[in-house]
Write a protein that binds this ligand. Structure first.
Ligand SMILES: Nc1nc2c(c(=O)[nH]1)N[C@H]1C(S)=C(S)[C@@H](COP(=O)(O)O)O[C@H]1N2
Ligand SMILES: [Mo]
Length: 428
């Protein structure tokens, strides 16, 4: 009785998208899906690696094996210690992460469109394996959409969060990548077969008038009742490629910085480049951070084996070092390369008798927000790591961190603290 009822349900799908004949695009088929998959495969791998790099760079617990969760076991995060060079390291890894993430959006959407009928497969589960396979797809698609949406919301400063971006994007990535690995492992055979079924070159030469559906496939991606084509396969692939290129062209300027910034029409913040040595991208202005103009009474507090305090004039009287470095934000934009001048952090460490293995804790006049950072011994001792007092030959403007800011090569922008008030060197 129950068996017959189940069979009846399986054989009688609800109307609309649950019926195979609802889906009529003549372009859907394993070949098209596979071409889009091949484009995503290296892209997603690079996204995952550059994403992990960003967490390693951002993590304030700078030791190896830096997850301090008790009883974390194998599930703990083990990110490598982030190096202090080459100077462009974070600029490149995070620029790639953010820009590539945007570029992949049209390809992900096209890929999801190409397999959309599978979402309405009937019956919903034919067997336990089928059910498990579909559950893993839920994690895969859900994970991909979650990572793209949270990523875009973050770079657009749209913090409508029930949870914190930092954790959500990180754990979402692990869920997604696990589902992704399973997905690739189970489908790589079908992918290769589908790719071999047609020649890409020939497809790119096929106009609309000669466009025919792919032959019926075991996965039922090909419509059983295809409508006449209204666009060729090359047209559809070209549209996706052009969308990706458009996103690339309209955002990459924010990563390069400098003059290129004016081309980043989709970047959320200031595109103008005005006049004067201090005129480059400011994310958080002094007013936004609640910083009032700082006068001559400001003194830098230094703590190590001994404590000292130095006025700005005394800092300027110390040997000055100049470094050409970009500030590269975790959100993908950068200041471009600027010329910073100030006192090497290593010299300040020596001044208060800090050990070569000491870390540096930086504090700002600002309260709350991103106003503290911890730098590793390697970052403190790298020659271009500065307490910058000037930029491009002029005193820092208040918006750029006057009287003094941290500038360290290869570091995420967020650790380059502005309006520094205290530097503490310690083993802890
Ligand atoms: N005190 C303080 N320092 C700070 C910040 C801040 O909000 N407060 N922002 C950080 C971030 S997120 C970046 S990317 C760099 C560059 O930001 P800016 O353009 O606001 O100078 O400064 C960093 N230093
Ligand atoms: Mo930032």
């Amino acid at each position: 009785m129950l068996g017959r009822w189940v069979r009846w349900v399986a054989e009688n799908p609800p109307p609309g998208p649950f019926r195979a004949r609802f889906w009529r695009s003549p372009l859907r088929g394993p070949w098209l899906t596979s071409v889009l998959s091949v484009a995503l495969l290296p892209g997603i791998t690079l996204m995952f690696l550059t994403g992990l790099a960003s967490y390693a760079a951002y993590d304030p617990n700078l030791a190896r094996g830096n997850d301090t969760t008790p009883d974390k076991g194998l599930l703990g995060s083990w990110l490598p210690t982030w190096p202090a060079g080459p100077w462009w390291l974070y600029w490149v890894t995070q620029g790639v992460h953010v820009t590539l993430g945007l570029v992949l959006i049209p390809i992900v959407l096209a890929k999801l469109w190409s397999v959309l009928p599978k979402l309405f497969e009937w019956p919903p589960a034919r067997s336990l394996t089928h059910l498990l396979d579909r559950a893993s797809l839920l994690l895969l698609v859900g994970g991909a959409v979650f990572e793209l949406v949270t990523g875009v919301m973050n770079i657009q400063y749209y913090y409508a969060w029930p949870v914190v971006f930092y954790q959500a994007h990180y754990y979402g990535a692990w869920v997604f990548i696990a589902a992704f690995v399973v997905h690739v492992a189970f489908r790589v055979g079908r992918l290769v077969t589908a790719l071999r079924s047609r020649s890409l070159i020939r497809e790119l030469r096929t106009p609309l008038s000669a466009t025919r559906p792919e032959p019926p496939d075991p996965d039922h991606l090909v419509s059983p009742d295809p409508a006449p084509p209204t666009i060729s396969r090359r047209g559809a692939l070209g549209m996706v490629a052009l969308s990706s290129l458009a996103l690339l062209g309209l955002t990459v300027g924010q990563t390069i910085g400098g003059r290129a910034r004016s081309t980043a029409l989709l970047a959320p913040r200031g595109r103008e480049l005005g006049m004067g040595p201090n005129d480059f991208q400011v994310n958080k202005t002094a007013a936004m951070a609640g910083i009032v103009p700082v006068d001559d009474s400001w003194r830098l507090q230094l703590r190590g084996a001994v404590s000292r305090s130095l006025s700005r004039a005394e800092l300027l009287a110390l040997p000055q070092h100049t470094a050409r470095l970009p500030i590269a934000c975790v959100e993908g934009w950068s200041t471009g390369i600027q010329t910073w001048t100030g006192v090497p952090l290593a010299d300040l460490a020596d001044l208060v008798g800090a050990a070569r293995t000491d870390r540096l804790f930086v504090e700002s006049l600002q309260r709350g927000g991103f106003s503290t950072a911890t730098l590793s011994p390697g970052q403190v001792r790298t020659p271009d790591a500065l307490l910058a007092l000037q930029v491009n030959g002029a005193d820092l403007s208040l918006d750029h961190g006057f009287p003094a800011r941290i500038v360290v090569p290869a570091l995420p922008g967020v650790h380059n603290i502005k309006w520094v008030t205290r530097l503490t060197f310690s083993a802890g």
